[in-house]
Design a protein around this ligand. Structure first.
Ligand code: WQD
Length: 334
């Protein structure tokens, strides 16, 4: 069974990918510093996996942790690198926090990988690398425009670094907006503190844990004045990582750096998501329109045909299922 190091493996996307990795016959080894999750995620993973996955508590910027992981685990066939901060708005307020964690953290990881002869990586990139696209949907050859936030800039830099490491085989996955939760409700999105992302804030406010949602801007040049995004079920996203890993380990890559959009190809505005949430759950989504959020792009959604053609992957779950699963997860939180 091949060992796969999953940095950020107790996080939202990481934890769902850990489940998919085991289902695909891999042995996921988790590294997480618990900066935006809780160790109790392991309890949900244990129920889903039938065993408690191996977990190393540590930071991607701690060079020594990789020596310990390799010595205790043995050969690592590949790394899936999730560990990064990802809140667009927060990155505008705290850019250095994002550059240190997301860029320096990647460099520390890659240095350790080179030292230990690990040359396969699946990288968690983002649609934010496109900046404010001139044409949507965006495909992988769409222009990389100036990032609209330091978060997006860290992902652009990460891609450049990976392209320049010619010794490395990279599957670069540009995520759109991951939402939802595992249908069992045993794992889901568990941001610490006040959620910056739309869906966890929405479900917490509907559950009465937060004030009503503030929609960041109602005067954009869109059909209803609110921003448009390509929301994708986190389980579809997890499956995309397995498809990319199989390509990587199957040595089917045609270059050292391959990039794929991982989205549904459908764009939804904030208000359309709120309406879909009410239809899917029967719960009222109260909101107020507030000022625009610095760093937001107006609209972006994916042309995901390359992932379908090359990886054989396509999103299967629609917005109603994403929102039902997100609410189911919320109702199970004590
Ligand atoms: C979505 C829309 C907000 C909160 C995310 C990830 C990022 C990347 C891309 C993976 C925007 C609006 C939000 C709120 C709101 N994914 N909103 N009120 O900024 O698109 O970025 O997807 O790499 O990592 O963070 O997601 O959920 O923050 O915002 O109106 O309380 O919802 O303005 O239009 P975003 P988001």
């Amino acid at each position: 069974m091949k060992n796969i190091l999953v940095t950020g493996g107790l996080g939202f996307i990481g934890s769902h990918t850990v489940v998919s990795l085991q289902e695909a016959g891999f042995n996921p080894v988790i590294l997480d510093n618990l900066s935006n999750t809780r160790e109790t995620v392991l309890d949900g993973l244990e129920k889903l996996m039938g065993r408690r996955p191996v977990f190393f508590k540590g930071d991607v910027n701690d060079a020594g942790i990789y020596d310990r992981i390799v010595s205790e685990t043995g050969e690592i066939a590949a790394v899936i690198h999730f560990a990064a901060f990802k809140a667009v708005g927060e990155s505008v307020e705290q850019p250095l926090k994002y550059y240190h964690n997301n860029v320096q953290g990647l460099i520390t990881l890659l240095t350790a990988m080179q030292k230990h002869g690990i040359n396969n990586i699946v990288f968690s990139s983002s649609c934010t690398v496109y900046g404010e696209p001139d044409q949507i949907p965006v495909n992988e050859d769409s222009p990389i425009k100036p990032a609209a936030s330091p978060y997006g800039a860290t992902k652009q830099m990460g891609e450049i670094i990976l392209r320049d490491c010619a010794w490395l085989n990279t599957q670069c996955l540009r995520y759109f907006n991951p939402i939802g939760a595992h249908p069992t409700g045993l794992i889901g999105e568990l941001p610490l503190g006040v959620p910056s992302n739309l869906i966890p804030y929405l479900t917490q406010s509907v559950a009465g844990l937060r004030p009503a949602l503030t929609v960041h801007g109602g005067d954009y040049s869109t059909t209803d004045g609110t921003c448009i995004r390509d929301y994708i079920h986190v389980c579809d996203l997890a499956d995309a990582h397995v498809a990319a890993l199989n390509r990587l380990l199957g040595k089917s890559q045609t270059s050292t750096f391959e990039v794929f959009n991982i989205g549904t190809g459908d764009g939804s505005s904030v208000l359309q998501v709120l309406n879909a949430f009410e239809a899917a759950t029967g719960k009222k989504a109260d909101y107020q329109i507030g000022p625009r959020r610095p760093g937001d792009v107006v609209a972006v959604w994916a042309d995901a045909t390359r992932a379908e053609k090359v990886l054989g992957w396509k999103a299967k779950r629609g917005l109603p299922e994403m929102l039902r699963d997100a609410w189911n997860w919320q109702t199970r939180q004590v």
